[in-house]
Design a protein around this ligand. Structure first.
Ligand SMILES: Nc1ncnc2c1ncn2[C@@H]1O[C@H](COP(=O)(O)OP(=O)(O)OP(=O)(O)O)[C@@H](O)[C@H]1O
Length: 349
């Protein structure tokens, strides 16, 4: 079966994480800005959901709400079917332990005054995963080995500044694993690394994804990375606070329908044959991203969109609607004209 065909669906399970009509409005000097505007997302157990978009599209704000680090202005965030903001203190604590956030910059998230051993063993001991410092050190060795920091014993006495960027990010991942999470939110976790290091950290994350069956909300501005990490999962493309396209990652990569997704693919510099075959179709009318404080009326992509139609695109905000089986887009033109079927011989991976 081609990766673009639908697998038989027998899903009645509760999603691990659901964002239901979630918005976040910030008060700024320029007035209120809607950093995230009514998004719907869900991640099933063990599933990868990639959230892709340019800087400022609202990815981190959405991720922080998913992690319970920020309360939405409106909408509902649910974990295992329960609204996290109506949970009792103990349940909220359990939720926070089940969802671990790995930041873009591990240097900022690791305490510089703590050794790697202290960083990894503190949550193990605090939450009673192990008893006693000997057992905690043994568990730390096991976790560091899982993230390919070997021989792990050599890393235990070191401080963050004694490690390379890639090693620090591996420590951040090992710390995220201490409490046996069900969901890891990886927010641009490899974007600050050099290319070769990035590939090896991504490979390590991919192994954890496969071996541990943990779900991932994987945030990146780079569709090539979403393709690499989330091929068997789903991808949501964000633009100025809204989801403009959503679907199985192979469809988003190989058969994008929204002009913005196509433009993102066009912008990928690397000579990836899967990505370049959909390239060259779009020329943006403007390179300028509108300010969230002064969003254009109608579709907020319309001032840049090569498919802009006067009177259609600048009137009302387009809804995210299914345009192909399992794939949805928020575009008046695609909704009207249809996205066409994906050819059965469409090359994948
Ligand atoms: N606490 C805040 N107060 C005011 N504005 C904010 C706040 N946090 C984020 N924003 C704004 O919200 C918008 C979305 O930011 P966000 O960080 O979620 O985007 P992003 O897609 O993750 O971008 P990046 O990749 O650059 O982090 C931006 O315009 C940002 O300036």
């Amino acid at each position: 079966m081609s990766a673009l065909e639908e697998a038989p669906v027998a899903e009645t399970r509760t999603p691990l994480m659901t964002l239901d009509g979630v918005s976040q409005v910030f008060d700024t000097k320029a007035g209120p800005i809607r950093a995230v505007d009514g998004i719907n997302l869900s991640v099933n157990p063990g599933e990868v959901l990639c959230l892709v978009g340019e800087s400022g599209s609202g990815k981190t704000t959405a991720a922080r709400m998913a992690a319970g680090l920020a309360r939405p202005t409106s909408g509902r965030v649910a974990f295992d079917g329960t609204d996290i903001w109506s949970m009792k203190r103990n349940d909220f604590g359990a939720f926070r332990r089940s969802v671990q956030y790995v930041h873009q910059d591990p240097y900022a998230s690791l305490n510089p005054t703590r050794t790697i051993q202290q960083t990894i063993t503190a949550p193990l001991l605090k939450h009673g995963v192990v008893k006693g410092s000997k057992a905690a050190a043994e568990k730390a060795v096991e976790l560091l080995t899982k993230v390919d920091l070997t021989p792990a014993e050599n890393f235990l006495p070191k401080y963050p500044h004694q490690l390379s960027g890639g090693q620090r990010q591996r420590v951040a991942v090992a710390r995220a694993l201490t409490l046996d999470p069900k969901l890891i939110i990886a927010d641009e976790s490899t974007s600050m690394l050099d290319v070769s290091i990035r590939i090896s950290v991504l490979a390590m994350l991919g192994r954890l994804r496969d071996d541990l069956g943990v779900g991932f909300l994987f945030i990146t501005h780079d569709l090539a990375i979403a393709k690499y990490f989330g091929w068997n999962g789903k991808t949501a493309v964000m633009y100025l606070g809204r989801i403009v396209e959503f679907g199985p990652t192979p469809k988003i990569i190989n058969a994008p329908t929204h002009p913005y997704t196509r433009a993102l693919i066009d912008a990928i510099p690397e000579p990836d044959p899967d990505l370049t075959k959909t390239k060259g179709r779009e020329t943006l009318r403007s390179l300028e991203i509108p300010s969230l404080a002064h969003l254009p009326g109608g579709c907020s992509f319309h001032p840049r969109c090569p498919q802009f139609e006067d009177g259609l695109c600048d009137g009302v905000v387009p809804e995210l609607v299914e345009v192909r089986s399992g794939q949805s887009a928020a575009c008046h033109v695609v909704a009207r004209d249809g996205a066409g079927e994906v050819r059965p011989d469409e090359p994948v991976a």
